[in-house]
Ligand binder design. Sequence first.
Ligand code: SAM
Ligand code: SF4
Ligand code: SF4
Length: 333
Amino acid sequence: MTTLQDRLGRPLETLRVSITDRCNFRCVYCMPKEVFGRDHAFLDRRELLSFEEIARLVSIFSGLGVRTVRLTGGEPLVRRDVERLVEMLAAIPGLELALTTNGALLPQKAQALADAGLSRVTVSLDSVDDTAFRALNDVDFPVDRVREGIDAAAAAGLPVKVNAVVKRGANDDGVVALAERFRGTGHVVRFIEYMDVGHTNGWRLDDVVPADEIVRRIGERWPLEPVAAGSDSTSLRFRYRDGAGEIGVIASVTKPFCGGCSRARLSAEGTLYTCLFAVRGHDLRAPLRAGADDDELAGTLRGIWTARTDRYSELRTAETAALPKVEMSYIGG
Ligand code: SAM
Ligand code: SF4
Ligand code: SF4
């Protein structure tokens, strides 16, 4: 199989699949309550791709070179019977199957997900300070319950990473405490620069805490040294010199990594986006439901990827932040 490359020579390696636009949290930087309140129109069930439709598309993507599939949302664990989807995807040979979750439902779901063939899990946890965390998720959800979820995943044998979005004035004073909590546990914490995704979170450049500052703050407490980047080009890695493990930083704003971006994103209703900051996507549900065969769908995907030129983060300015873009809760990060 010849590797599929976009116009900038980037292969298609990873597919992120959002399986619902709903969520049991209302994180202030993602689904602010003023916008995602009681009256918000979420997708209707019939609009969502069925598990069978997702599995068929993933299988076609796998034939085009995709090696990692990450399930996301909204909150993927609120989609009923998600473990059945995991089982269907795990049956596709050669795929690494990951999932990003807020962790709230992991205590109940971790074992079933592991049994179904999930390879690993990323749990989002922005603060270990209970008051700050409850304010960030805006549904008064306690830190301890997320910790239980992380423990349940580890007990089920799933490798765990922890993702923390850092927003100035909201949780940046808790960066060192977060690092401390997971030092020596084997769970790598990855600190993510707050991004201008969507247009509902009122993003301002001043709210971004640069990755260099995060690394400096943690390094002042426990000396760090860089680790050579592996194939996961999104995260810059650092190890504690005392051997207590690693941290990562995802510097999407201050050190964009578009040059290595090999990801496509599929929304819950079957629209394909070739960039997190895309304004428009490509509807795959229509041809899927109109009876297109696998070769036709593969041809469509090939056409989309080979035409791709996206590099938003390299071009970002205060002005581009105001452009209309898809919401994070819709596309799943
Ligand atoms: N609900 C799941 C969760 O929170 O892990 C999966 C979907 S969520 C949209 C995926 C990731 O995007 C989370 O780690 C979340 O913190 C991150 N995220 C959301 N909004 C963001 C923003 N404006 N900037 C950076 N990361 C963001
Ligand atoms: Fe929900 Fe995840 Fe967005 Fe928080 S970041 S509101 S948990 S989708
Ligand atoms: Fe990839 Fe778009 Fe992010 Fe650049 S801005 S790294 S192309 S998703």
